[in-house]
Design a protein around this ligand. Structure first.
Ligand SMILES: Nc1ncnc2c1ncn2[C@@H]1O[C@H](COP(=O)(O)OP(=O)(O)OP(=O)(O)O)[C@@H](O)[C@H]1O
Ligand SMILES: [Mg+2]
Length: 574
């Protein structure tokens, strides 16, 4: 019921469409009752009193009634369905708006494919249901009530006999409804699973080809699809059962009425036209009743899908933006980690990390793969909150800083180079929305990206990303660097930002980055140690702990992990 109420709340802004649809459908539903009622006087006039006038206008009246009925039906359908569409459009916007601001943990817990499936499939299922529920409520409920009025008016004894079967239909309808809802929900979960397989194999198509995984992927997909079918089959089974069961139950009512009504006509306590009027009303009663029950099972499917959609709308970020968050100034770029411990799941990935990056310093993070370097810098951007200890920027704990201000002060070039399906210029412009073309070009020049961009078919207007021109790894990195340069934030984080470049362009980009690092606090993660020789501070992370800290010279004299890493690398290079 709570889910249903919530669903109706989404319809509220479109109330006038619903009122129009309801008026049209009341007319439509009421017309059936009027028609059934008219059977008696008409039959009497034509066959008993032989009224020729009535007889001659009857065909015209029938056509007019159906034209009017058609118009009502059209208005009802049009306004009801557009109202449902608009409401569901709001749901879809809201789910995406709420979804995209959730913290990274949420996206690690939920696979992309199943999230997409909720936004696309479940919302579509909601859409099918919403219109049906409301139409059912108005047209069929009004039709049902007015027709029941007619049968009671004609003969209340017979009426009671005929509607005795209605309570009989309640239990099966409820039972089927429950089954339908359960299987709809499970089916949608399964649809999420195969959306995941689809998403992973398509975005990783190169690996699929390189390792000839086509068959394995297809098998997985076929299996998930078959599981989906199992639930849909049950769904079909229960929803197809509802009509036949209803018909059998109503046949009991019809049989009883024919028997008792027929005896009354033979005993002359009921006239034949009255009996026909009664039978017409009764035959018409069962149609809205059946439709109401079908709408009920449609509603159950819709509620199953709505629950899944509302779950995401209700998901809350674990990372909470401070309500009266502090604003950073450009000068706040001293970063300090105080006894920071952090874990993703069970094992600590960072243990008691203490470090200070003074204003304008360049701090390098080095160490073996999986040591926790990327995790450490992601805490500065507050992608995750620490489990204990704190991260400070300037004088503030980062949990007290407003998210917008925090993100405004940090520029990140990540290990994964993400470009969107858009032009080169716009991809760079994401660093500073509203930047002019000149600013973009200057940033690209600083990142040594200008030359290769000019060689592309449409220069800065060339489409890149998923469906656009394919770029090399190094070219992608340079566009990401240009984006960060354009952002011009006082704290810069470079996670393997130049790892895909050849030595020559790396040196050039490095020069640009060195310029950029002036007056900025910079965290640089690098496996190639030659790029961090001149760092103010080099921090060696191993298994989540700071094992060494100092300058290049100092660490070499220490003869620890850093000097071992150095001698290995420089030996290899020689
Ligand atoms: N989202 C995540 N959920 C769970 N564990 C994670 C997640 N991301 C990283 N880890 C784990 O945390 C540890 C540190 O990972 P991190 O990415 O910080 O290492 P890294 O030092 O950046 O390594 P690399 O040099 O290879 O980039 C690893 O053991 C990794 O398995
Ligand atoms: Mg990393």
């Amino acid at each position: 019921m709570a889910v249903f109420k919530r669903l109706l709340l989404y319809m509220k802004p479109y109330w006038w469409r619903i009122v129009l649809a309801a008026l049209a459908s009341s007319a439509y539903g009421g017309l059936d009752a009027a028609f059934a009622y008219m059977v008696e006087p008409l039959l009497k006039k034509i066959f008993v009193t032989n009224d020729v006038f009535i007889f001659s206008i009857l065909p015209l009246a029938i056509i007019l009634i159906f034209v009017f009925r058609g118009i009502c039906r059209y208005l009802n359908d049009y306004f009801m369905r557009t109202a449902a569409q608009l409401a569901v459009q709001d749901v879809r916007n809201e789910i995406f708006r709420k979804n995209i601001v959730l913290d990274l943990n949420f996206f690690h817990r939920n696979q992309t494919g199943s999230l997409m499936s909720r936004i696309v499939n479940d919302v579509a299922m909601m859409q099918d249901g919403v219109g049906g529920i409301v139409t059912g409520l108005f047209r069929d409920a009004i039709g049902l009530v007015s027709l029941i009025g007619v049968i009671f008016y004609r003969d209340w004894h017979l009426a009671i006999i005929s509607i005795l079967v209605i309570p009989l239909s309640i239990y099966p309808a409820q039972y089927l409804g429950k089954k339908i809802k359960l299987n709809a929900r499970k089916g949608q979960e399964e649809a999420g699973d195969f959306a995941n397989i689809l998403q992973e194999s398509l975005s990783g198509i190169k690996v699929v080809k390189a390792f000839s995984l086509e068959k394995i992927m297809v098998d997985q997909f076929v299996r998930a699809n078959r599981m989906y079918y199992e639930f849909v089959r049950k769904l079909i089974k229960y929803s197809s059962l509802s009509s036949p069961i209803m018909e059998v139950i109503t046949s009991l009512g019809i049989a009883a009425v024919v028997f008792f009504g027929g005896s009354k006509v033979m005993a002359n306590t009921l006239t034949a036209p009255e009996f026909f009027s009664f039978i017409t009303a009764m035959a018409l009663v069962y149609s809205p009743l059946k439709k109401l029950i079908a709408a009920y099972s449609e509603a159950q499917r819709c509620l199953g899908a709505s629950e899944r959609v509302f779950e995401i709308i209700d998901a809350r970020s674990e990372i909470i933006d401070a309500p009266d968050g502090k604003t950073l100034t450009r000068d706040d770029n001293r970063v300090e980690f105080k006894d920071v411990c952090f874990k993703y799941q069970d094992d600590y990935v960072l243990k008691d990390v203490c470090l200070v990056a003074e204003k304008g310093q360049m701090v390098a993070l080095v160490g073996p793969s999986g040591g926790g370097k990327s995790t450490l810098v992601s805490l500065i951007a507050r992608f995750f909150d620490t489990n204990s200890g704190q991260v400070q920027i300037g004088p503030h704990d980062i949990r007290d800083i407003s998210k917008a201000s925090l993100m405004g002060n940090i520029a990140l070039v990540d290990q994964e180079t993400v470009l969107f399906h858009d032009t080169v210029a716009n991809n760079i412009r994401y660093g500073k929305p509203g930047a002019t073309d000149d600013e973009i070009m200057a940033a690209a020049q600083a990142a040594y990206a200008h030359d290769f961009i000019m060689e592309m078919p449409d220069g800065y207007g060339t489409s890149i990303g998923d469906r656009g021109v394919r770029l090399s790894g190094g070219q992608r990195q340079r566009i990401c660097i240009a984006r960060a340069i354009l952002k011009n934030a006082p704290i810069l984080i470079l996670d393997e930002a130049t790892s895909a470049l050849d030595t020559e362009s790396e040196q050039m980009v490095q020069k640009a980055l060195d310029n950029l690092m002036q007056d900025r606090t910079t965290f640089v993660i690098a496996h190639r140690l030659s790029t961090v020789l001149h760092a103010d501070k080099i921090i060696v992370l191993e298994n989540g702990q700071v094992v060494e800290c100092g300058t290049h010279q100092g660490l070499l004299q220490n003869n620890g992990l850093y000097s071992r890493l150095c001698s290995q690398q420089f030996r290899n290079e020689k």
